[in-house]
Write a protein that binds this ligand. Structure first.
Ligand code: AMP
Ligand code: MG
Length: 407
């Protein structure tokens, strides 16, 4: 048996997870339901946008060369040869000293290279007067000005936003190909756990991780396909894992991954023949973490401590979930922020604080949302970022620049 990597870095742990082959299903969805989903192919502009040159306002289309020398004293008089409304197509080509009445969004007729606003003219049904010289291209929206034919309109692996949906609709796509949400199972382990709604016996606690971790999993773009509760016994945990296998691409567990007699997740996984990828990473909080592979599925064992589980999920689990979702941008992007309040503990291990980003007086700050203990969840409320303190750091005074990551 090969040695199991222990105490590896977060980056090494991510690499091991990202090496796991994944199979993501795709499906067409109506563009009306596409927002928030992940595109499964690239979309190129089949034609320029707009598809024809058009007028941005109500007025008259004409040949700019005809306006040379026009003034209020000596207006140029043009003959109106047709009216073009939005949705019409011009029937005539403009000749010298001819104009077409044109409405917003209507195509520019052949021959015209400028549009003058109604307000800047004097007109009768068949004549229009203009009072100054106009340059070529005045008030013309050009074909392809918004997007050129053949350019990448939306790329595979990106999240469909409102403008992406509108852009794809502009090209006439009624459906787009997206990745299906990955199905993830969440198993809570611990003899002490009781489901909310039931009475709490002495020594028992409510299973809060199911809701915190479960909701974070869903917020990362996955579907919670199975939830289970197991006592700290190999058979109970193994049976929950077997129950979760069908219909899930990944299994997350909480609790039971430390070194105590009742930390049974690893032995339960070994009893099922799972390959342990690594155990424990150099991280605080969230060091107690186990990753295993069973029938091609990742099983990510998080600590039962709510703060540790949430931190490790964000740093390691969420990037993997994003990969399962088909996303290309899977790693959190570092944002530099100034520590808002002193942090009066040294950090022999690489540490992540939880807090929020605050913009104040032109600066970006990271402010802790409360007590940083492994076991606390209350101070994750309002937390939108994790701040990184490198291993071997002394106490950190306010004003120190840190790398932070939005969660
Ligand atoms: P463990 O990782 O099993 O050693 O658990 C560490 C701590 O987290 C213990 O105090 C547990 O009672 C607590 N804990 C374990 N599972 C959960 C859970 N699902 N919800 C809330 N707290 C938990
Ligand atoms: Mg336990």
């Amino acid at each position: 048996m090969h040695a199991i990597p222990e105490g590896i870095s977060l980056e090494q742990a991510r690499e091991l997870l990202f090496e796991i082959p994944i199979f993501s299903e795709t499906t067409p969805v109506p563009i009306s339901a596409a927002c928030g989903k992940i595109l499964a192919r690239d979309y190129y502009a089949p034609y320029g946008l707009p598809t024809f040159s058009k007028s941005p306002l109500d007025g008259y289309a004409f040949r700019s060369c005809d306006s040379v020398g026009a003034s209020y004293k000596h207006p140029v008089v043009l003959e109106i040869i047709e009216e073009i409304r939005a949705g019409d197509y011009p029937q005539k080509e403009l000749g010298p000293f001819q104009a077409a009445k044109i409405l917003t969004g209507a195509p520019i007729p052949v021959g015209a290279d400028a549009v003058v606003r109604y307000e800047d003219t004097a007109f009768t049904p068949d004549k229009v007067e203009i009072f100054r010289t106009y340059l070529s291209d005045t008030n013309i929206i050009h074909e392809g000005e918004d997007m050129e034919k053949g350019s990448l309109a939306a790329s595979s692996g990106t999240c469909i936003t409102p403008p992406t949906a509108g852009l794809l609709a502009s090209f006439g796509f009624s459906h787009v190909e997206v990745y299906q949400k990955p199905s993830i199972a969440l198993i809570s382990t611990g003899n002490e756990l009781v489901a909310p709604g039931n009475p709490l016996g002495p020594g028992k606690i409510y299973n809060s991780n199911l809701y915190t971790i479960g909701s974070y999993i869903e917020a990362a773009g996955a579907e919670l396909s199975y939830t289970g509760l197991a006592e700290d016994r190999d058979e109970a945990i193994a049976s929950q894992i077997l129950g979760a296998m069908e219909g899930s691409q990944m299994i997350v567990t909480t609790g039971g991954v430390s070194v105590g007699d009742y930390d049974r997740v690893r032995t339960a996984l070994e009893s099922l023949g799972a390959e342990i990828l690594f155990w424990r990473i150099a991280l605080k909080p969230g060091a107690a973490i186990l990753a295993a592979l069973l029938q091609g599925r990742l099983i990510l064992g998080l600590s039962g401590n709510p703060g540790s589980a949430a931190t490790a999920l964000h740093l390691l689990g969420v990037p993997y979930i994003r990969k399962l979702c088909g996303r290309k941008d899977i790693l959190p992007v570092p944002v530099q922020a100034l520590l808002k309040e002193d942090f009066n503990k040294s950090s022999p291990n690489r540490r992540f604080l939880h807090g929020k980003i605050v913009y104040q007086g032109g600066h970006t700050y990271f402010s802790r949302t409360g007590h940083q203990g492994n076991n606390v969840i209350s101070s994750f409320v309002g937390c939108d970022a994790l701040a990184e303190i490198p291993a071997g750091s002394p106490k950190i005074p306010a004003g120190t620049m840190l790398n932070t990551y939005f969660i």
